[in-house]
Design a protein around this ligand. Structure first.
Ligand code: MRU
Length: 346
C-alpha cells in the first residue's frame, strides 16, 4: 500500500487524517488516549476494523499514562480508559471488540509487574493491526471467487484500506479479484453526507490503478436497471445473529435495489464485526451525527439556516437481501442464524 491507515511508532499512534483526504495526505500523531478518542469521534480514523485497531492502540497509550501501585488500581483506571474510548462511536462493534480484547490481555497477565503489562498491551495492539491485514487478505481470497471476469461491482461508503489496516474488506474482495487478473471495474457511490465513496474509495482505488467510476448515490438504481452493475459488495459495522447487517447509511437502499434488479448483494466483514449476542438488527444502536454534515458540503452551506435535519449515520439491511457474508473463514449463505454460529464454533 502506498499509505498507512494507522500505525504504532515510537510510543505514538500515527493516523492518516481521513477528514483531509483527498485534498491533502497528512498524518496526525497521538501520544495520549484522549487524543485517540477524539480522532475516532472526529473521524480522522473511521471504518469498523480501523476503529477497533485505533481503540486498542488507545488502550495501550492509556496504559502508559496510568499511575498505580497495584494491579487492581491499574485495571480500574484501564477500565475508565476503555469506557472513555467506548463512548466515541456506538455502531461499529469492532470498537468494543478491541477494548474487550485489551482488557482480557491485561487480566491474563495480572501477576506481572505493570511495566511488563504495558509492554504486553502495546504488543497486543500492534498484533491486532497486523492480524487485520491478514484477515482482509483472506476475506479478499474468499470473495474474489464470487466475482466474475469482467464484472462491474458497485460499492458503498469506504470499506477499503483506509477502513482497515490497509487492504480492506469490500475493497479487499475487489483488490483480490483485480490481483487475480480479472478485468473488473468499480462503481463507487459518493456516500452522502460524509462522502466516504467520493473522497476515500475513489482515492484509494485510483492510487492502486483499479478502474473506478464515481456516481452520486441516487444514480445506483438507474445503472442497475440498465444492466450496468453485475454485483454489489459492501462492508459492515455490526452483523446480528440472524445476518441483519448495519453499514453506512444508504446501504439498505442499495440492497433493496439490487434485489429488485436480481443483482447479488454481498457483505464482506471480519468475524470481529459479528455481534451474535444481538438476535436481530433491530437491536443495533444507530449513531446520529451532527446536522452540519447534512446542511453543508465540505464547509459550504447548502440548506436554509435552521432547517430541521436527520442524520442517522448507519442503516440496517435485513439478511434476506444479502446473497452472502464474506468472512476470513469463508462465505456464509442461506440460514445465517445457523451458519454464523457454526462459523464461530458456537
Ligand atoms: O462512518 P464510517 O465512515 O466509520 O462508516 C464506515 C462504514 O460504514 C464501512 O462500510 C464499515 O465500517 C466497514 S469498513 C471495512
Amino acid at each position: 500500500m502506498s499509505f498507512r491507515t494507522i500505525e504504532w511508532r515510537d510510543n505514538k499512534v500515527i493516523m492518516i487524517d481521513q477528514t483531509r483526504l483527498p485534498v491533502e495526505e497528512v498524518y496526525r500523531e497521538y501520544a495520549d488516549y484522549s487524543g485517540v478518542a477524539e480522532a475516532i469521534r472526529g473521524m480522522v480514523v473511521r471504518g469498523a476494523p480501523a476503529i477497533g485497531i485505533a481503540a486498542a492502540m488507545g488502550v495501550a497509550l492509556g496504559a502508559r499514562e496510568i499511575i498505580a501501585d497495584t494491579f487492581e488500581s491499574f485495571f480500574r483506571q484501564l477500565e475508565n480508559v476503555c469506557d472513555h474510548l467506548a463512548r466515541t462511536r456506538p455502531t461499529a462493534v469492532n470498537l468494543v471488540w478491541g477494548l474487550e480484547r485489551m482488557k482480557r490481555v491485561a487480566l491474563a497477565h495480572r501477576e506481572l509487574d505493570l511495566k511488563s503489562i504495558r509492554e504486553i498491551l502495546k504488543a497486543e495492539a500492534i498484533s491486532i493491526e497486523q492480524e487485520d491485514l491478514k484477515i482482509c487478505k483472506e476475506i479478499g481470497r474468499h470473495g474474489a471467487a464470487l466475482i466474475k471476469e469482467g464484472a462491474t461491482i458497485l460499492t458503498h461508503c469506504n470499506a477499503g484500506g483506509l477502513a482497515t489496516a490497509g487492504y480492506g474488506t469490500a475493497l479487499g474482495v475487489i483488490r483480490a479479484a483485480h490481483e487475480a487478473g480479472k478485468n473488473i471495474k468499480v462503481i463507487a457511490d459518493e456516500t452522502r453526507p460524509w462522502l466516504q465513496g467520493a473522497r476515500l474509495t475513489a482515492w484509494e482505488l485510483m492510487k492502486d490503478s483499479i478502474p473506478v467510476t464515481l456516481i452520486s448515490d441516487n444514480m445506483a438504481g438507474w445503472l442497475m436497471k440498465n444492466g450496468q452493475i453485475d454485483c454489489c459488495v459492501v462492508g459492515a459495522d455490526r452483523i446480528a445473529a440472524n445476518g441483519d447487517t448495519a453499514n453506512k447509511i444508504g446501504t439498505y437502499t442499495v440492497a433493496v435495489l439490487a434485489k429488485e434488479n436480481k443483482i447479488p448483494f454481498y457483505v464482506a466483514a471480519p468475524i470481529s464485526t459479528l455481534d451474535l449476542k444481538l438476535s436481530s438488527g433491530d437491536q443495533i444502536p444507530i449513531e446520529e451525527r451532527a446536522a452540519e454534515e447534512v446542511t453543508r458540503v465540505q464547509g459550504v452551506v447548502i440548506a436554509p439556516e435552521g432547517v430541521k435535519v436527520r442524520n442517522p449515520a448507519f442503516d440496517v439491511t435485513p439478511a434476506r437481501y444479502i446473497a452472502g457474508i464474506i468472512t476470513e473463514k469463508g462465505v456464509v449463505r442461506g440460514d445465517y442464524e445457523r451458519e454464523l454460529k457454526t462459523l464461530v464454533g458456537q
